[in-house]
Design a protein around this ligand. Structure first.
Ligand SMILES: Cc1cc2nc3c(=O)[nH]c(=O)nc-3n(C[C@H](O)[C@H](O)[C@H](O)COP(=O)(O)OP(=O)(O)OC[C@H]3O[C@@H](n4cnc5c(N)ncnc54)[C@H](O)[C@@H]3O)c2cc1C
Length: 224
């Protein structure tokens, strides 16, 4: 079993100037005000129509694509968003029988692991909070290793990956490419960085938002 970190990568380039000038030209169709387009008019125009509530449909004309590595629990939450396109690593066709599984350790479990990983057993045994941290971490690790072993055993009996996958854990790392239009991205962030969203979902959503906000602050500034 290999532990990997969640990650996010934009597919292609975010050409902010092209995106903003395209949106301005599209948006001004509504008012036939294309003659007002100048070198610095795109950003204020888009900010104005977004604040007026009208711009949400205008920004649907542009899509952004990201490649995300997360666990299967998080990816299942992502694909609940229907206004988008996905391509995801398939547990039917991908075979983890050779190298073992890649998993994502939840940050909450990592906290316990970090607390005990460099300590000798004797020291852990002398502190109840450290014993608890060790118990929590080992429960998680043993469960994942058990899943991996069951998968490997099934594969060694020639059970196909698509059947053997039923023993794989939520923690299994997956790669998913996501395309949403800008309106859906804003909707996604509103739901998925909120305090009541799953912590690992928030972690991934915040990574994407940080990239988008840097490239396109007018679309993804605070108050999305
Ligand atoms: C904190 C949190 C907890 C959750 N818990 C659960 C849970 O326990 N169980 C569960 O099943 N799901 C749960 N979800 C998923 C949630 O119910 C939605 O399926 C998911 O967030 C997708 O969001 P959405 O439906 O707003 O929008 P999207 O699918 O992203 O669509 C965007 C918007 O388009 C419109 N739209 C899309 N499709 C339709 C349609 N068919 N008809 C009308 N309008 C449409 C809506 O306005 C929608 O808001 C949870 C989500 C969050 C954020």
């Amino acid at each position: 079993m290999q532990i990997v970190e969640p990650s996010v990568q934009v597919v292609g380039e975010i050409d902010a100037n092209h995106i903003l000038t395209t949106l301005e030209r599209i948006g001004r169709t509504c008012y036939k005000s294309e003659h007002k387009i100048g070198p610095d008019t795109a950003e204020p125009f888009i900010r104005k129509i977004l604040m007026a509530g009208h711009g949400e449909s205008v920004i649907e004309h542009i899509t952004l694509t990201v490649r995300v590595v997360c666990d299967r629990g998080v990816s299942h939450e992502i694909v609940r968003h229907r206004v988008g396109s996905y391509s995801q690593e398939s547990t039917r066709y991908c075979d983890y029988g050779d190298k073992g599984i890649r998993v994502i350790m939840p940050p909450a479990i990592r906290t316990f692991y970090d607390a005990i990983c460099s300590l000798p057993d004797q020291e852990i045994d002398n502190h109840t909070d450290l014993q608890r941290a060790r118990d929590i971490y080992t429960s998680w690790r043993d469960a994942i290793k058990g899943c991996e072993k069951a998968y490997m055993d099934l594969r060694s009996h020639n059970v196909s990956p698509q059947i053997a996958r039923s023993v794989l854990p939520h923690a299994l790392a997956t790669e998913i490419v996501i395309t949403y239009n800008l309106r859906e991205w804003r909707h996604f962030f509103r739901l998925r960085i909120a305090i009541n969203a799953h912590p690992q979902m928030r972690q991934v959503a915040n990574q994407i938002l940080e990239i988008f906000r840097t490239a396109l602050p007018v679309i993804f500034e605070s108050g999305i």
